[in-house]
Design a protein around this ligand. Structure first.
Ligand code: SAM
Length: 234
């Protein structure tokens, strides 16, 4: 009985390890978020395995079903739509429940690979000895506090967060207006990565207002990672 947490590409289907492919070929069942997304990956590598969707809104019955499969001795692989399962995606809830139910009986094994935050950090040039990963900003309640916190934290360490197409401009506007209105004496550098590893990969660097200008002049579509670091102005 094993649950493998298998990292898959964040865009470019070549970004998958030999071990990930072997494990996906060996398990009894692949748990995924969106079956349409995972089918594309499995077809690309000619992996013929049953798949079962598991997502944010999955009912407890589905989790029980998955836990029973593990109890029966089945080996399962969990993948997400992109990157490393359990990092800002529904995988973490499933892993938590499996541990609650099966505790020490189950071996949960990571099959490491791509992650959007780490890929972005790797090209940032910012100090990565210490960084703070904050996942997605809240949509409404707590959103302003989230950005105030970012500006505070970014004076101490590099901060990374994810944002969706719909809210990326709003996020940068919020950061920019906080920098102006709060009268922070900060030099804030941003890196915004759009569509990493994909055809339209674009990297924007500069202050929040500079990046905003560049983004507004381009196509605001796709997936985004934002990295931010501030220094106090002398
Ligand atoms: N588990 C994933 C990982 O390991 O990176 C993250 C899942 S989270 C639900 C999805 C978010 O990750 C997107 O909204 C975007 O912010 C970021 N992301 C995923 N793929 C990306 C890519 N190719 N380029 C930029 N950001 C990406």
């Amino acid at each position: 009985m094993k649950l493998y947490i298998v990292a898959t590409p964040i865009g470019n289907l070549e970004d998958i390890s030999f071990r990930a492919i072997r494990i996906l070929n060996e398990v009894d069942l692949v748990l995924c978020e969106d079956t349409r997304v995972t089918k594309i990956l499995l077809e690309r590598y000619e992996i013929k395995k049953p798949i079962l969707s598991y997502h944010q809104h999955s009912k407890l019955q589905k989790i029980d079903y998955i836990i029973n499969l593990l109890k029966e001795g089945k080996n399962l692989a969990l993948v997400s739509d992109a990157g490393t399962p359990g990092i800002s995606d529904p995988g973490q809830r499933l892993i938590g429940k499996v541990l609650e139910e099966l505790g020490g009986e189950i071996k949960i094994e990571p099959i490491p690979g791509p992650n959007a935050a780490i890929a972005a950090l790797s090209i940032s040039g910012f100090d990565t000895d210490e960084f703070l990963f904050l996942g997605f900003p809240p949509h409404k309640k707590g959103r302003q506090t989230f950005f105030v916190n970012i500006l505070e934290e970014s004076q101490k360490r590099t901060v990374v967060f994810y944002e969706s197409t719909h809210r990326i401009i709003k996020a940068l506007e919020q950061l920019d207006s906080l920098l102006q209105t709060k009268n922070y004496k900060l030099k804030t550098d941003l890196m915004v990565c759009r569509e990493l590893t994909k055809k339209f990969e674009t990297i924007y660097r500069g202050t929040p207002s500079e990046v905003l200008e560049k983004l507004r002049g381009g196509i605001i579509k796709g997936e985004f990672v934002v990295i931010i670091k501030s220094n106090i102005k002398n």
